[in-house]
Design a protein around this ligand. Structure first.
Ligand code: AR6
Length: 173
């Protein structure tokens, strides 16, 4: 049995799940897009823990494709799993790195004992990954995940276009 996958159009900071995944950058110190929203709504505890992680383990930053967890602060979730998506490149295929964001985040969620996980469409904003392609990679990786602790994955899409792309990927791939 795989995980139960659902789609939501909306703001990921409102999701009541065990773990919310953040499309962060290597600095782990916040940014725009979904990263900005998570830190704004979750409050300073998240940034404080990110700073500690930087100091203790990721002095050079968290590499693209990796994932690490912090508290969720004031969000209605228990943890935030920060992952760093690849910047899209038309010249170089970085699909493995994007796939690794989903796999790595799910591995961290399993270690935490999370049952439900919400993902944004990683890399499809500032990092410019075409959303149809990103959706296929995301759905493929979550479907390949053998359900253990994680039973439910929600893709939370901010725009109607992203929602449609994920719907298409779920229905036809
Ligand atoms: N809830 C759900 N999805 C959202 C939200 C939200 N509140 N806000 C935006 N999105 P992006 P990236 C969607 O740019 O491309 C940051 O500055 C958005 O519409 O947040 O991985 C980081 O610090 C898009 O579909 O992340 C990095 O520097 C998706 O989330 C950089 O951006 C991802 O867009 C990471 O770029």
């Amino acid at each position: 049995m795989g995980v139960d996958i659902s789609l939501v159009q909306g703001d990921i900071t409102e999701e009541r799940v065990d773990a919310v995944v953040n499309a962060a950058n290597s600095s782990l110190l916040g940014g725009g897009g979904v990263d900005g929203a998570i830190h704004r709504r979750g409050g300073p505890e998240i940034l404080a823990e990110c700073r500690r992680l930087r100091a203790s383990s990721y002095g050079r930053g968290l590499p693209a494709g990796r994932a690490v967890a912090t508290t969720a602060g004031r969000l209605p979730a228990r943890w935030v799993i920060h992952t760093v998506g690849p910047v899209y490149s038309a010249e170089q295929d970085r699909s493995d790195v994007l796939a690794s964001c989903y796999r790595g985040s799910l591995a961290v969620a399993e270690e935490l004992g999370a049952r439900s996980v919400a993902f944004p469409a990683i890399s499809t904003g500032v990092y410019r990954w075409p959303v149809d392609s990103a959706a296929r990679i995301a759905v493929r990786e979550v479907r390949a995940h053998p359900a253990a602790s994680v039973r439910e994955v929600r893709f939370v899409l901010f725009t109607p276009d992203a929602y449609a792309a994920f719907q298409e990927a779920l229905d036809h791939s």
